[in-house]
Design a protein around this ligand. Structure first.
Ligand SMILES: Cc1cc2nc3c(=O)[nH]c(=O)nc-3n(C[C@H](O)[C@H](O)[C@H](O)COP(=O)(O)OP(=O)(O)OC[C@H]3O[C@@H](n4cnc5c(N)ncnc54)[C@H](O)[C@@H]3O)c2cc1C
Length: 444
């Protein structure tokens, strides 16, 4: 029997949205099950970089996203005395054609992503539904989903994509093990909206205060109307106490007062790191936090999930559309896992610099970083491995993007050239020969 869906995306966080959008754009029958009835209500994502913008460009919302976001040019890590320990200079143009780093208010992005997914008639989004059973037999997964009203639905899908976050149901259903990579720290996150959106709050555009008395992250603006503070909980401090408004206003007192604006969202999170042992079990695959988890000091958790979705979407499309062997899907983990493992390592290393609450340990850290003997943070990881050309310094690095003209069309390269494989060459003879090969294949 034909499954009800080609792809079910379980979970409707940002990675589930991107996965669903890409599969919908490719024309597949997509089902989305979202446990929450509405958009994610707590403060979380606030940053993405130029590479992740290119994923939003592929989804078709980058230009609208850019209007709501603000560009971030510097990120400074200072000690309790205000001395700069680490300086990130982000005021350089990037190879992808986008600004290097953006700060944004997550609900703005969520609305754009949902709008893109839900404009497709081949997508069915079921909000307020939780999946409680997933069983694979004969290349089909049978799901049992429950609504808050008590209604239960059983349905089938060719592929189940687990975009269901850190406590992934799909991961458990597929029997996939989880490795805890050992990082753990509790942080209070606060989103604040000033009454005057132009008010100049005395804080850096993005920074970390590595003060052992209260490690703090701050962002002068996420988007145009909101500000963000993040405070590490100290030993003995309790979540319920830290989330009380009076406690939060006391923490914010060096910068703002209650009469200046409102607390929009606040929550204590436990930052962790971990990796799923495998990302595929037959027709069930994991993306996003279901597959990997990192503390947010690099702002790369969601970005890594977006890369997963982009990588997996074209492979799923090819397997569904042609007779491509489904072992192609095994290359998804092979390409993505080492890359994300390297990013987790960097995020944890940065976390270990900031999450220090002992004065003696902080003094040693400060002395080491101020001495200049500590090497600067390593460059952002590229992709490598068996699938990439060896001994070629460009293999696995980002392809550049700029404004191009092709015939009468002019615009960003990805928009003008569209989806799918492209071969770029300066060799006109080779180009003609390749074009001839493609045409003769098509005529066969
Ligand atoms: C404080 C904080 C700040 C962060 N800042 C950044 C940042 O600036 N940049 C960045 O790139 N990353 C950041 N991250 C990481 C980012 O939040 C995650 O990487 C991202 O949300 C992962 O997206 P996801 O879609 O994989 O999972 P999630 O966002 O967790 O979404 C999973 C969804 O699945 C649903 N679900 C779960 N189980 C079921 C089920 N059985 N049935 C139906 N639905 C189900 C859940 O309700 C949820 O909606 C931050 C994280 C935190 C905690």
């Amino acid at each position: 029997m034909t499954p009800a869906f080609d792809v079910v995306v379980l979970g409707y966080g940002p990675v589930g949205h991107v996965m669903a959008a890409l599969m919908a754009q490719a024309g597949w029958r997509v089902g989305v099950f979202a446990r929450q009835a509405g958009l994610y209500p707590l403060p979380r994502i606030g940053h993405l970089n130029h590479e992740v913008m290119r994923v939003l460009q592929a989804v078709g919302i980058a230009a609208a996203f850019e209007k709501d976001a603000c560009v971030c040019r510097t990120y400074d890590w200072v000690n309790a005395a205000g001395q700069v320990l680490i300086h990130f200079d982000w005021d350089k143009p990037e190879i992808t054609g986008w600004s290097p780093h953006y700060l944004f208010y997550q609900p703005d992005m969520d609305v754009l992503l949902a709008g893109e997914v839900e404009r497709h008639s081949n997508v069915q989004v079921l909000r307020g539904w939780e999946c409680r059973s997933a069983v694979e037999a004969g290349h089909t997964v049978t799901l049992e989903c429950h609504a808050g009203s008590g209604e239960v639905r059983r349905l089938t899908t060719r592929f189940l994509i687990g975009a269901d976050g850190a406590n992934s149901f799909t991961r458990s259903a597929a029997g996939i093990a989880w490795t805890d990579l050992g990082f753990q720290a509790d942080w209070l996150i606060v989103d604040y909206r000033p009454h005057d959106p132009d008010s100049d709050i005395p804080m850096p555009e993005a920074g970390q205060i590595c003060d052992p008395a209260r490690p703090t992250s701050l962002f002068r603006r996420i988007g145009h109307k909101h500000c963000r503070w993040e405070f590490m909980l100290l030993p003995g401090e309790m979540r319920e106490e830290m989330e009380r408004p009076e406690r939060i206003w006391a923490l914010l007192s060096p910068w703002v007062k209650p009469e200046d604006g409102i607390l929009v969202r606040q929550a204590v999170y436990t930052f962790r790191s971990g990796l799923a042992s495998t990302w595929r079990c037959g027709s069930m695959l994991l993306v996003g936090d279901a597959a990997h988890l990192m503390p947010p000091f690099l702002g790369q958790g969601m970005g890594s999930g977006f890369r997963d979705a982009l990588n997996l979407a074209w492979k799923l499309d090819l397997v569904l559309r042609t007779d491509a062997a489904d072992t192609l899907l095994d290359t998804y983990e092979e390409e993505r896992k080492p890359h994300v493992a390297a990013i987790i390592e960097q995020a944890v290393a940065l976390g270990r610099v900031v999450c220090v609450s002992g004065p003696a340990e902080a003094a040693l850290r400060d002395a080491a970083l101020l001495s200049g003997d500590v090497p600067p943070p390593p460059p952002f990881p590229t992709v490598s491995g068996r699938l990439f050309a060896q001994h070629d310094e460009l293999a696995g690095t980002l392809a550049p993007q700029s404004v191009v003209r092709v015939g009468t069309a002019e615009g960003m390269f990805d928009d003008v050239m569209g989806r799918g494989w492209k071969i770029l060459t300066f060799d006109a003879v080779l180009a003609r020969r390749l074009q001839g090969t493609t045409e003769s294949r098509q005529n066969r």
